[in-house]
Design a protein around this ligand. Structure first.
Ligand SMILES: Nc1ncnc2c1ncn2[C@@H]1O[C@H](COP(=O)(O)OP(=O)(O)OP(=O)(O)O)[C@@H](O)[C@H]1O
Ligand SMILES: [Mg+2]
Length: 510
């Protein structure tokens, strides 16, 4: 079998960390090759080197047997290498076609862009790789899954033969994940080579042929996927056995913390996204919101946290009406929030890690006589780094942008759980986390429950919802299509409710 990618002895040092330590990687033509490893293990760095975004300190790369120097992404493109990043790089007020041909425009005479020819080629690509997306739609009007397909088309349009995906499923809904898996298979079947970075062991089992496991910058090993199971993969990447099932103690819920009454919320464009929803949440209870992305979950959370105004209805926290309260006061009144979009609402990337840890500290814990108290801040930062195993190369002084994706996520979760708010609203808390980190974060969320805090958990991962929650509300089209006790339901039933099949049955409050 032909080797398409051969990386040998790749080493990359960043200040404070050896991100890639003499890495060897060989990838066979037409295969799907998974890259697995803990948060901060060096996966994105290695693929950024292959794509010419980062220069290695030493090591060689051969593409199709030829030694190459990939000095920038244009060189990578010419060599037939494409990459889909975790945060898409699309122009939002451009159409799908305009985005795809950007920088590679087909020209008529006198340099006039030939949009028609571009659209034609894109339609053909859509057809041959089963990529459903409307070439004339604006990026801002299409789903995340379709935006991702646009990124894939961008690579195919440039005739990429090697396609690198950095955690492509972290942002997708379960249905979109299934579709992507089919797309990956059809790419490989047509002879293209796929490198897939993912934390989802199930996905590796479902589509990959080979898996290379990285640990702390080194290759731990390369395995045939058919010869290794999920438990073994997890143990090899983390260096210990991982407990997949969270351990939830039986416990009675207490007084009501949050009351949502007849809540109706419009999105930024005036479309009704939450349609008269009511529910309660109690002390010592984890309430899950399940649903397909875009069914009103974001707007519900924004309304409770104060990021969006409500059209009608009331929100009560500890009996106090907070419906009109500014965000800051809600946090003071006992709210915590792990947002879905960590780059928009969660972190300031150009700040130091320690600054991001105290960004919400509206109280005076970190200030003395109106000045920031550096010693206390440093101590808090070091405590969170240690407890939550946040891997940052320069410790608390690391610029947040330079941290790996999963470690940025751990930082937000650490900050919010550590504040131990009365009501913690967490959206996709374990997105982008490795299995070891998920195990830890789950245990900390359950600890909050044991401490009689109330938790509202929004997640697309049904296994996460089922493992952690006491009660589950399913949202479909802005309404609650059903309410279930976690112990009395399963993925299948929730899946039906997610599609809007009303169950009619509700359970009494615990
Ligand atoms: N531009 C940079 N400057 C400084 N350090 C960096 C830079 N990019 C990455 N690092 C560091 O290199 C290490 C490896 O990071 P990398 O992003 O490759 O991890 P990863 O395996 O992709 O992790 P994750 O699963 O969290 O995405 C991390 O410690 C990270 O902080
Ligand atoms: Mg990464």
């Amino acid at each position: 079998m032909e080797t398409v990618i051969e990386m040998k002895g790749i080493t990359k040092q960043f200040p404070g960390i050896l991100a890639n330590d003499s890495i060897d990687l060989e990838v066979t033509k037409g295969s799907i090759h998974a890259l697995l490893g803990e948060n901060g293990a060096g996966k994105s760095t290695l693929m950024s080197i292959l794509f010419g975004l980062i220069q290695p300190d030493s090591g060689n790369i051969k593409i199709n047997g030829q030694e190459v120097k990939i000095t920038d992404p244009n060189v990578a493109t010419r060599l037939g290498i494409g990459m889909v990043h975790q945060h898409f790089k699309l122009v939002h007020n451009f159409t799908v076609t305009q985005n795809i041909i950007l920088g590679a425009e087909p020209c008529k005479q006198f340099g006039i862009v030939d949009l028609k020819q571009g659209t034609k080629k894109i339609r053909e690509l859509c057809k041959s790789f089963h990529l459903e997306v409307d070439p004339e739609a604006l990026i801002e009007d299409i789903s995340v899954g379709q935006q991702q397909r646009t990124e894939i088309l961008k690579m195919l349009y440039r005739e990429a033969e090697i396609l690198v995906f950095d955690e492509p499923t972290a942002v997708l809904t379960p249905q979109e994940v299934e579709d992507l898996m089919k797309i990956l298979r059809s790419l490989a079947a047509s002879g293209k080579t796929v490198v897939l970075i993912t934390h989802k062991l199930k996905e590796i089992k479902a589509v990959a042929d080979v898996v290379t496991i990285l640990r702390r910058g080194k290759v731990e090993g390369t395995y045939k996927v058919s010869e290794i199971n999920e438990k073994e993969m997890a143990a090899k990447m983390v260096g210990r056995q991982v407990q997949f099932a969270a351990h939830k103690k039986a416990q009675k819920a207490g007084d009501t913390i949050l009351q949502v009454e007849n809540l109706t919320v419009l999105d930024g464009r005036g479309i009704e996204r939450v349609k008269g929803i009511s529910f309660d949440l109690h002390k010592g209870e984890i309430l899950g919101i399940a649903g397909i992305d875009g069914n009103g979950q974001d707007e519900l959370v924004y309304a409770i946290t104060g990021l969006l105004p409500v059209k009608s209805g009331r929100i009560l926290l500890n009996g106090e009406d907070i419906t009109e309260l500014p965000v800051k006061n809600r946090f003071e009144a006992g709210l915590g929030h792990v947002p879905s979009d960590r780059h928009r609402h969660g972190l300031i990337l150009d700040f130091l890690l320690k600054e991001n840890f105290i960004i919400h500290a509206y109280n005076s814990d970190f200030a003395k006589h109106g000045l920031l108290d550096e010693a206390t801040i440093n101590q808090k930062a070091d405590q969170l780094i240690e407890e939550f195993d946040v891997r940052a190369s320069l410790g608390r002084q690391t610029i947040t942008r330079n941290m790996s994706g999963g470690n940025q996520q751990k930082a937000i979760v650490a900050r919010e759980i550590d504040r131990s708010p009365e009501l913690l609203i967490i959206v996709q808390p374990t997105r982008g986390l490795d299995v070891g980190a998920i195990e830890y974060i789950h245990s900390r969320i359950l600890e909050q429950r044991e401490n009689q805090k109330a938790i509202l958990l929004v997640s697309f991962e049904l296994d996460e919802i089922l493992a952690l929650c006491d009660r589950i509300l399913v949202m479909a089209n802005g309404e609650i299509s059903g309410e279930k006790k976690a112990s009395q339901t399963d993925e299948k039933q929730l899946g039906l409710l997610m599609l809007g099949h009303k169950s009619g049955e509700t359970y009494d409050q615990p």
